[in-house]
Design a protein around this ligand. Sequence first.
Ligand code: CUA
Length: 327
Amino acid sequence: MGDFWLPEAASTIAPEVDGLFLFVTAVSLLFLVGVTGAMLYFVYRYRRQDPSERPAPVEESRALEVSWIVVPTILVLLVFNWGFKSYVKMNTDPSGTYEIQVRAQQWNFLFEYPNGVTSDTLYVPEGEEIKMRMSSSDVLHGFYIPAFRVKYDILPNRYTSVWFEATKQGDYNLFCTEYCGRDHSEMGKVVRVVSQQDFQDWLESAATPTDIPLPQLGERLYTQRGCQSCHSLDGSRKVGPSFQGLYGTTDHTMADGSSVTADENYLRESILKPEVKIVEGYQNLMPGAYSNLSERELSGLIEFIKAQSDKDPPASDAQTASVSASN
Ligand code: CUA
């Protein structure tokens, strides 16, 4: 467990980072106490006790001057050397590392494994060097696992990477640490460190069977591809319209005043080219990253959205509908 000072340390690099952090903190504290203590003592010791008192001129002390140049120089170089070594180690991928792709988008992380498995929880084996190859579909995001002491920016149009070796099984937090829009604070995931055997078992079980029914495939994609961060299933309003009762709506009002029928073709177009038809009251904020869905995945998502249509449409849409009907 973590303590008052630091979160739990669960990677090979963590003790090194913590050691340096604690060293810098201890040295700073020593100087704070020493300098403040000396100052308070001198204020008292050399206070003027008689209005006519004039202090004698102070002679310079060579030893004192040399010491306050040499000691801090040594300390600073020590910290530099220590920090630089750790920095180089953290930024040089060991050879033969297992690579996991990280795709960040507003407001979701997706992890993709070498065998094609995608997951929205980051599963990693214990005791193995893992490299994260990271890219962003839209804006600047951050990749931060406090327990592993790794943190790096994820940029659009460029790959960045970090590596780590987890040392303790368990669940840890993963955060986005660059302000990336409305739901930045919600952009967190779980890192699950498991034994190497459990990791292999999970990898096999998570591989999407080709015969998984379409609505189930859609449901899986709904969370994995981050649809759920913008589209609710219960009618509540998020960045995008809710999927509840969406399919089959015949008077779905668009921003330009036209109205469309929410059929399969409309859903398909809205997933692949979200900018073409914008629903009234919403903005064009959907990432274009879904154009790489396979035909089967696309069908799965559409079937999943269709399955949400037997529920009642949300109250706000019903209102919109009655207003446009009276016009
Ligand atoms: Cu992504 Cu903040």
